[in-house]
Design a protein around this ligand. Structure first.
Ligand SMILES: Nc1ncnc2c1ncn2[C@@H]1O[C@H](COP(=O)(O)OP(=O)(O)OP(=O)(O)O)[C@@H](O)[C@H]1O
Ligand SMILES: [Mg+2]
Length: 422
């Protein structure tokens, strides 16, 4: 009887299985070479090489099996190894038991594989199980999904195609950024080729993590976003400060998940950890514990991406001296930002006050020495707003020239210095 019932269940052809695997491949993207399917003497056999075998994968595989199979038995479940087999509908019947579908995930002895075998053809429910397992075991997140998830976790995503506010490009800083970040990001293959020739064992020689330091308002955040634009890469801005305060207690999990999703993203990206000093030891006892835990997660995650080719981490801080030395040591290079030099200020004024004649602008630049980029921008904005107010009050908005004069900026600058005592 049982045999007759089994015979009536429709089975799937090998071509259908291949089409389904192709569909999954299209959806999540993996190297098709890594999946072999055979149907010898009507026995089904699938073998896939996996990128990694984690505990999470084993647990997810069990959950997937549970969704597709009524009953199954665990043969083995231990670290890096899972073997399970479907059972008969009647749990106590052992008829044809060894012919049921079998799933084996192994991460032992350097081998990382998923094997699915069955004596006989698959039924549709089993094909859908195979597809789900492949998707979970081999799939990287689709690019768009990964970015959407990161955004959901509180990160800001800057795509190279997004319009970002224009900036003045300081020549020296730009050269440094090009050397340390933009070149390796744009030409990874050149670096890899050199490493292949020099190393007895290949290792990535590109910088994996770069730290921006310098006083407040010197352009660290702005430049990190700009680097993405120059290199044509997505920048994922991880606001650590927010994560630490808003998800208090949950923050370690959240930070870990952010790294995991970024690693699953298929394209290269810049992971920007702004205000990384949020992890500096705090005097507040409760926060101290939380930031300690977050720091240790961060250290582990940064180590984890060392081998990963697609991520470069950029950290930024204005309190380098307060940072944990273990954290600082993770960065390949430290880029120092400082208050802009005279020539940089002139560039900045050409950006924020383009109407000023060169000599006046140079004079004003000299007077602005010592101010941060942010302060200079603030002075320029203040002058514009104040002028607008005056004109409106005087009713002269339509009749007099509309841009502030150099003298007007100088006055605003003097007020600014007075109010900030700088
Ligand atoms: N190259 C630039 N050209 C024009 N404006 C700039 C430039 N760099 C920075 N700014 C302006 O200065 C402001 C401050 O810069 P930014 O926020 O990047 O500084 P920061 O170093 O990250 O400061 P903090 O340490 O306080 O976070 C920005 O909002 C931006 O408007
Ligand atoms: Mg900043």
């Amino acid at each position: 009887m049982a045999e007759a019932a089994a015979k009536n269940t429709p089975t799937v052809q090998l071509s259908e299985i291949r089409a389904e695997v192709d569909r999954v491949q299209q959806e999540v993207g993996f190297d098709t070479q890594k999946v072999q399917i055979s149907f010898e003497r009507s026995d089904f056999n699938l073998r896939a090489e996996l990128p990694e075998v984690t505990d999470a994968l084993l647990i997810d595989a069990m959950a997937i099996a549970k969704r597709h199979l009524e009953n199954w038995r665990l043969h083995t479940f231990e670290k890096s190894f899972l073997s399970l087999q479907a059972l008969n509908e009647n749990l106590f019947s052992s008829e044809g038991l060894l012919d049921k579908i079998k799933i084996r995930i192994s991460g032992l002895y350097g081998e990382k594989t998923l094997e699915i075998t069955k004596k006989g053809a698959l039924v549709p429910a089993e094909l859908s199980l195979v597809a789900s397992l492949l998707k979970r075991a081999l799939g990287k997140l689709r690019a768009a999904d990964a970015l959407a998830e990161l955004a959901e976790m509180g990160c800001h995503i800057y795509r190279p195609t997004d319009a970002i506010a224009g900036i003045a490009i300081f020549a020296r800083l730009r050269e440094k950024l090009r050397e340390t970040l933009v070149l390796p990001l744009k030409n990874p293959e050149v670096y890899d080729r050199i490493a292949r020739e020099t190393r007895s064992e290949f290792a990535v020689n590109r910088p994996r993590a770069v730290l921006f330091t310098g006083p407040p308002g010197t352009g660290k955040t702005t430049m990190a976003r700009h680097v993405g634009k120059e290199a044509g890469l997505v920048v994922v801005h991880v606001p650590l400060e927010n994560i630490l305060s808003a998800y208090y207690g949950e923050s370690t999990k959240r930070l870990g998940a952010i790294f995991d999703i970024a690693m699953a993203y298929r394209e290269p990206l810049v992971l920007f950890l702004d205000e990384i000093d949020a992890l500096a030891p705090s005097r507040n006892e409760k926060l101290f514990e939380a930031s300690r835990r977050l720091l240790s997660v961060l250290l582990r995650k940064i180590d984890g991406i060392e081998a990963q080719a697609n991520i470069i981490t950029v950290g930024a801080t204005n309190r380098l001296q307060d940072l944990d030395s273990a954290l600082v040591s993770r960065f390949d290079s430290i880029l120092e930002f400082s208050e802009p030099a005279a020539e940089d200020i002139r560039e900045l004024l050409a950006f924020y006050a383009k109407h000023l004649p060169i000599d006046k602008s140079a004079q004003l630049a000299q007077e602005m020495a010592g101010l941060s980029v942010r302060a200079i921008r603030d002075v320029c904005l203040k002058a514009e707003r104040q002028l607008a107010r005056e004109k409106i009050d005087q009713g002269t908005a339509a009749t007099t020239p509309s841009a502030p004069t150099a003298a007007y900026y100088q006055r605003t600058l003097a007020e600014y210095r007075m109010s900030r005592a700088i």
